[in-house]
Design a protein around this ligand. Structure first.
Ligand code: IMP
Length: 195
């Protein structure tokens, strides 16, 4: 039976606190601002998980930025495993040809989604393409892709919060955490109102 979502008490452990995230976002923003000094930057973010990171990171960057958003989903897979087969639900809304592009990701797990996106974006002819991710889970990597800016390297656990979901919930937590084991075993049914 479907368990009701309880934002705070479903979390068993906080892995990265709000303060740690905010300090890291400022640090990454400062590094990116130095690296792109005197240039304009196009930030491409991937919905929905990267939304809070993108919103905070763009405000920590001091060079002029344009933003664009893509949305992708993986075919098949489960609520905690990505299948690697990527479908574009929302494409870029403008050309990135000859622009300096920074791809802003929430988390790199197997690397299959990122691998697809990098090849897709390279095909659009940007002047440069770099990658920034808030979280990296290297333990499960299937495709190695050099990442230019990494927030936190974490162990192989399924995490939620600060954009990341389980069954579409928990994205609005201000920290990154791990749910209690019993919550993962009874996933919330998406789109069903509570009885
Ligand atoms: P990858 O293709 O296996 O690297 O998976 C990338 C995508 O899977 C991320 O952009 C997330 O949407 C999702 N994902 C991977 N690990 C987690 C996690 O621990 N929590 C929530 N979503 C995750």
């Amino acid at each position: 039976m479907k368990a009701p979502v309880d934002l705070q008490s479903d979390v068993g452990e906080v892995l990265v606190s709000e303060e740690q995230i905010q300090a890291k976002v400022r640090e990454l923003g400062a590094r990116i601002s130095v690296d792109y000094a005197g240039r304009e930057l196009t930030l491409v973010s991937v919905l929905k998980g990267s939304l809070p990171f993108m919103a905070d990171l763009m405000r920590s960057i001091t060079v002029p930025v344009r933003i664009d958003l893509m949305e992708v989903s993986s075919y098949g897979g489960t609520s905690t495993e990505s299948s690697g087969l990527v479908r574009i639900l929302k494409d870029l809304s403008a050309s990135i040809a000859d622009e300096d592009v920074l791809l802003v990701e929430d988390i790199i797990d197997t690397g299959l989604t990122l691998n697809y996106l990098v090849r897709y974006l390279r095909g659009k002819g940007p002047a440069s393409l770099r990658i920034c991710t808030l979280l990296d889970k290297p333990a499960r990597r299937l495709v190695e892709i050099p990442v230019d800016y990494t927030g936190f390297t974490i162990e192989d656990r399924f995490v939620v919060g600060y954009g990341l979901d389980f069954g579409e919930f928990y994205r609005n937590l201000r920290y990154v955490g791990v749910l209690r084991p019993e919550v993962y075993s009874t996933p919330p049914a998406i789109g069903e109102p509570e009885a």
